[in-house]
Design a protein around this ligand. Structure first.
Ligand SMILES: [Mg+2]
Length: 334
């Protein structure tokens, strides 16, 4: 793994020397996305040092197929700051197409969270949505997740044929203990007629269904707004909103329902928290296969928001851990 280290270079601001530590982690279970198989999770940890041995960290975890910069573009954009140092002005000056860079620097400058490097944030399973496997395997997995303490579970739909999925859905609901909530995620795979069918079925399930996530593809927000007004079951946007700017625009255009936000690819975390609080947005925070560094920031952001929606953090055990020797290099501040 290549490591860019500023060494003894002069820095414009001694409190903000930047170093970038790329990583590459293999998926333990193969992850198939709508854009094909995802085999390696590539990202980087950025470190800011103050010249007195103090260091803060941020995570650079782009997801290019979700619309962010690539890791290569992100590292190239950060390179000048290795020489000049970083302050909050650098984040504001960064172009909109670098949301993962903005998050990484914003997190490191704001020093969130205050956890020992590499340590997972303390968070109980009741605050995290458990992920059910797609298809009929969900029925057997539901009691396992419940036993682990999850009270919200998520199931992907739009994968199999509708009749099969609706039948499995009925069995999941039958098995869901009182107080449990089910999230459905269509990843934009439905058309309007199918979305109506699902929403009508969800309405009949009372409040067991928390929401239907992204029934229609991005770009069809107006149609999803009409559907949301027509049914009692909430619709949550996910693929339609990625960055802080898109979140703001979506709300400007009248979206009042829940929105799934992945902070690591949304931009500056301070701006994100401020926007959500100022407008009392209904958000569901979610991860994108970050290390403990990025997960710590998501939990710290969640702790600053009034939302009691379960976090979408079910990604931690999908990746091989980074070696302790790698973490040790980040701790060695010269
Ligand atoms: Mg989703």
């Amino acid at each position: 793994v290549a490591v860019q280290d500023p060494g003894d270079q002069d820095s414009g601001d001694p409190r903000s020397r930047l170093a970038v530590f790329p990583y590459r982690r293999r998926f333990i279970k193969p992850l198939v996305t709508a854009h094909g198989p995802w085999t390696w999770r590539e990202g980087a940890i950025v470190r800011l040092t103050d010249g007195r041995g103090g260091a803060t960290f941020g995570e650079l975890a782009p997801v290019p197929w979700f619309g962010t910069e690539t890791l290569e573009a992100a590292i190239a954009a950060l390179e000048p700051f290795i020489k000049t140092g970083v302050d909050r002005g650098a984040i504001a000056a960064m172009p909109d197409h670098l949301p993962a860079c903005r998050f990484a620097l914003g997190m490191a400058i704001a020093q969130v969270p205050k956890l020992p490097l590499g340590e997972s944030p303390p968070i109980g399973p009741e605050r995290v949505a458990g992920l059910l496997p797609a298809g009929a395997g969900a029925i057997a997995q539901l009691p396992v997740l419940w036993e682990r303490g999850h009270r919200t579970v998520k199931w992907k739909i739009g994968v199999d044929d509708p009749a099969t999925e609706l039948a499995i859905f009925g069995q999941i609901l039958d098995q869901l203990p009182a107080g449990g909530r089910l999230r459905l995620d269509a990843n934009g795979a439905l058309d309007e007629a199918m979305a109506r069918r699902w929403l009508a079925t969800c309405d009949r399930a009372g409040d067991s269904v928390e929401f239907l996530e992204q029934p229609l593809p991005p770009g069809q927000e107006l149609a999803m707004g009409r559907l949301a007004a027509e049914f009692g079951t909430a619709i949550a946007l996910d693929e339609s909103v990625a960055t802080v700017g898109q979140l703001r625009r979506c709300h400007d255009r009248g979206w009042g329902g829940p929105m799934v936000i992945k902070p690591a690819i949304a931009g500056d975390p301070l701006e994100l928290v401020q926007l959500i609080r100022d407008r009392a947005l209904d958000v569901v925070l979610s991860s994108v296969f970050e290390t403990a560094v990025g997960l710590g920031a998501i939990v710290a952001i969640a702790d600053q928001l009034p939302s009691d929606r379960a976090l979408g953090l079910g990604t931690a055990d999908w990746l091989e851990p980074l070696p302790e020797t790698w973490w040790q290099r980040l701790r060695e501040v010269s």
